[in-house]
Design a protein around this ligand. Structure first.
Ligand SMILES: *[C@@H]1O[C@H](CO)[C@@H](O)[C@H](O)[C@H]1NC(C)=O
Ligand SMILES: *[C@@H]1O[C@H](CO)[C@@H](O)[C@H](O)[C@H]1NC(C)=O
Ligand SMILES: *[C@@H]1O[C@H](CO)[C@@H](O)[C@H](O)[C@H]1NC(C)=O
Ligand SMILES: *[C@@H]1O[C@H](CO)[C@@H](O)[C@H](O)[C@H]1NC(C)=O
Length: 352
């Protein structure tokens, strides 16, 4: 007997045929003993088995679809689609020892309200799980995992192999139709960089040369330096999903393959990026971002006069022109740019 049927039997106000005050039959107690009792037993059994089945299903679900398995199969394309906002993804690449730098950078990005667009390319499983556990969907691992023992040593072959992956990830995101901004995580945002991406150029980048330029410097590819190529930083690049930008990335990949790592060369990806810029300048629409807003660490941390003169204009600070994890943290602290200790509550990852 359903609840609905039972309610229908209830006397209604104004019922033209109200039931007699003494129901004629002891139907209920009778039915309870001969019919409802076995039914109740059956129902309880059914309920128990249902509960058991649900428990089992849940158990199976969590072992087969454990968070670990879920993120192991998460692809760059799924991740980019998940984080993209206004057709734009902000990408960084991080291995486990660099999590404090990631958090520091992320706090500064969150202050500009762009953190939701951030995708972390995890270079090891520990990073993948650490990020996605706290901030689901914002980290992805693109196999194969590089050799983590050597991947952090600047100038090593492992480091080179690690940087080789960067233009490939960027190209894949452009192929999906998104704009992408790449950042090294030893950077700090002091302002929103997006208003500086003026016009509709294919690629935007910053100069790594420390020499002071006039505030109204030109925005084309700077002339080559001593090594015959420009000194553009591969640390901060913005690309639109255009033919020109994809062409540049393919050239960058090609250049890295043509100049493989050797003990003598100790290559990283920056020379190859600069040769790619040098060789594609006539086919790609390039834009050099203003030095006062995007200074190299070689200028910002070394010329106090310049920093004073350009006060209020700085947008992204790069902690380069210095080698070593501890030294970078120390320098950030000295300049009030180490946010990871006191402001971790502003990070989507919390304290890490
Ligand atoms: C997306 O674009 C709109 C309109 O230009 C802007 O107001 C908003 O801040 C943008 N959001 C992000 C996350 O960039
Ligand atoms: C780097 O990549 C090359 C070519 O794929 C490989 O032979 C080498 O073992 C890798 N080295 C390290 C240290 O990852
Ligand atoms: C490209 O490199 C060559 C060789 O160093 C140099 O002569 C040329 O000026 C460079 N072009 C640009 C646009 O940087
Ligand atoms: C430091 O900056 C000042 C002011 O912009 C500039 O005149 C000077 O040449 C710079 N010093 C060096 C060593 O580049």
């Amino acid at each position: 007997m359903s609840l609905h049927q039972r309610q229908q039997q209830k006397p209604q106000v104004g019922d033209p045929n109200p039931p007699s005050p003494h129901p004629p039959s002891p139907l209920l107690p009778h039915a309870f003993s001969t019919f409802t009792k076995p039914l109740l037993l059956l129902l309880s059994l059914l309920l128990l088995s249902l509960l058991f089945f649900r428990f089992q299903a849940h158990y199976n679900f969590s072992s087969a679809q454990s968070p670990l398995a879920r993120w192991r199969d998460y692809t760059l394309s799924e991740a980019a689609t998940f984080v993209a906002q206004n057709g734009t993804v902000i990408l960084c690449a991080v291995s486990y020892p660099y999590l404090p730098f990631l958090n520091n950078w992320l706090i500064s990005v969150a202050r500009q309200r762009h953190h939701d667009q951030v995708l972390v390319v995890a270079e090891d499983y520990a990073t993948l799980y650490a990020v996605n556990e706290r901030w689901p969907g914002h980290a992805v691992l693109v196999p194969p995992v590089p050799d983590t023992q050597t991947a952090h040593k600047f100038g090593s072959q492992g480091f080179f192999n690690f940087t080789l992956r960067r233009p490939r990830h960027l190209l894949q995101i452009l192929d999906l139709g998104y704009n992408v901004m790449y950042n090294d995580v030893d950077m700090v945002w002091l302002g929103d960089p997006f208003p500086y991406l003026v016009g509709t150029h294919d690629v935007y980048f910053t100069d790594d040369m420390a020499a002071v330029k006039p505030l109204d410097h030109p925005h084309g590819l700077p002339p080559p330096g001593k090594k015959g190529r420009p000194y553009i930083c591969s640390c901060m690049i913005y690309l639109r999903p255009t033919r020109g930008a994809k062409f540049l990335l393919k050239k960058w990949i090609e250049e890295m393959q043509e100049q493989p790592w050797s003990k003598k060369q100790k290559a990283n990806d920056q020379p190859a990026f600069n040769w790619a810029l040098n060789k594609t300048v006539s086919q790609v629409d390039m834009y050099l971002l203003p030095q006062a807003a995007f200074p190299t660490g070689g200028l910002y941390f070394k010329n106090k006069t310049w920093v004073r003169e350009t006060k209020g204009m700085h947008v992204i600070i790069h902690n380069n022109y210095i080698i070593g994890f501890e030294k970078k943290i120390k320098r950030f602290r000295e300049y009030g740019l180490w946010l990871a200790d006191d402001y971790s509550h502003e990070s989507p990852l919390g304290k890490i």
